[in-house]
Write a protein that binds this ligand. Structure first.
Ligand code: FES
Length: 136
């Protein structure tokens, strides 16, 4: 079961509006196993959206150039750099490309006191202290 902990990813203002940024996180899975968990965060005004940075087509990162996540034509969809699949920002649905109809895996984000915070999973924190230890 995932714990109800919010992790600060960055400040809201670290990501300009209508831009996306990738983060390389480590997630703690069942049995305490740790695995890389890359995500992409999109900021749209005061709203933030997050998805696991893995294309449902070939399970590769979306950004083939670092932090190039948005469709260069109009910047209103996420785009996979490998074969050009386009994903709706609001729900991660692939609307064009080889994985049309499939979705990016959503990440639960909220803005709390000007910080973008992630919840719903257990992360390995920078200093390798797990939330249980920090809360004690
Ligand atoms: S790997 Fe993303 S569209 Fe093919």
């Amino acid at each position: 079961m995932e714990r109800n902990v919010a992790y600060v990813i960055c400040e809201l203002n670290d990501i300009p509006s209508r831009r996306a940024r990738g983060f390389h996180l480590m997630r703690v899975g069942e049995g305490g196993t740790r695995r890389p968990w890359p995500i992409v965060v999109v900021r749209w005004g005061k709203q933030v959206l997050g998805y696991v940075n893995k294309c449902p087509h070939n399970e590769v990162p979306l950004d083939w150039e670092r932090n190039q996540f948005l469709d260069p034509n109009n910047g209103t969809r996420l785009m996979c750099g490998k074969h050009g699949a386009l994903f709706d920002l609001a729900d991660g649905l692939c609307v064009d490309g080889p994985c049309m109809g499939q979705r990016l895996e959503p990440v639960l984000l909220r803005v709390i006191d000007g910080d973008i915070c992630l919840s719903g999973v257990t992360l390995v924190e920078d200093d390798e202290v797990l939330p249980d230890e920090e809360d004690a």
